[in-house]
Design a protein around this ligand. Structure first.
Ligand SMILES: Cc1cc2nc3c(=O)[nH]c(=O)nc-3n(C[C@H](O)[C@H](O)[C@H](O)COP(=O)(O)O)c2cc1C
Length: 184
């Protein structure tokens, strides 16, 4: 069977983002038969229905196609003021408009990474609420919250915390099973 193609989406645009670093670590932790490319969302303009109707910008076309073609989407989300970053919500919105909204029946796994001790406990429930009403199929468990992120990565952005690596590996293994289940 061909590899399952995962699209990684990071909600932080920061160069030294811990979420992006954790997403990159997922590449090393993927179960066999799964591979990931990471989307760029920083060049998406702010969503505007007039722009959408007049003809989508290339960046939006690209992102919509990437989500549509992926067997699953893995979202790494920071928590901004107890919720999603504007960048991530904007990307979700661009891919959400009919016709052929890209989240329809899409298997999705999420994790969050934050500097605070809760690891983004609040953002994940907002994300689930948004994606579920778009008919995205969000993996219920395991939930992975990476708290106190500054203690879990080295200066080069390598995820050094073994427990966190194990949690992410379990999430990815569960995601593989979830994708197969959603395809039935
Ligand atoms: C606008 C803003 C709001 C934030 N709000 C929260 C928050 O509600 N909860 C939290 O745990 N951390 C919050 N933080 C801190 C982030 O967890 C921290 O900046 C983290 O490193 C962001 O993820 P990144 O490293 O992937 O960019 C906030 C940061 C910013 C810039």
């Amino acid at each position: 069977m061909a590899d399952l193609r995962i699209l990684g989406v990071c909600g932080s645009l920061r160069k030294a983002s811990y979420n992006m670093a954790a997403l990159r670590a997922c590449n090393e932790l993927m179960p066999e038969g799964m591979s990931m490319k990471i989307a760029q969302i920083g060049d998406l303009p702010l969503f505007n229905q007039d722009v959408f109707d007049a003809g989508m910008p290339e960046a939006a076309k690209r992102f919509r196609a990437e989500v549509a073609e992926a067997d699953g989407v893995l979202i790494a989300s920071p928590e901004y003021n107890f919720s999603l970053s504007a960048a991530l919500k904007n990307a979700i919105d661009w891919a959400s408009r009919p016709p052929n909204q890209s989240w329809q029946d899409k298997p999705i796994a999420i994790f969050s990474c934050s500097g605070g001790p809760l690891g983004g406990a609040r953002v994940q429930y907002d994300l689930r609420r948004i994606l579920v009403q778009l008919w995205g199929h969000v993996l219920p468990r395991p939930e992975v919250f990476i708290g106190s992120a500054q203690t879990k990565f080295d200066a080069q952005g390598k995820l050094t915390d073994e427990t966190t690596r194990k949690f992410l590996a379990e999430l990815l293994a569960g995601f593989k099973v979830w994708i197969a289940r959603m395809k039935k």
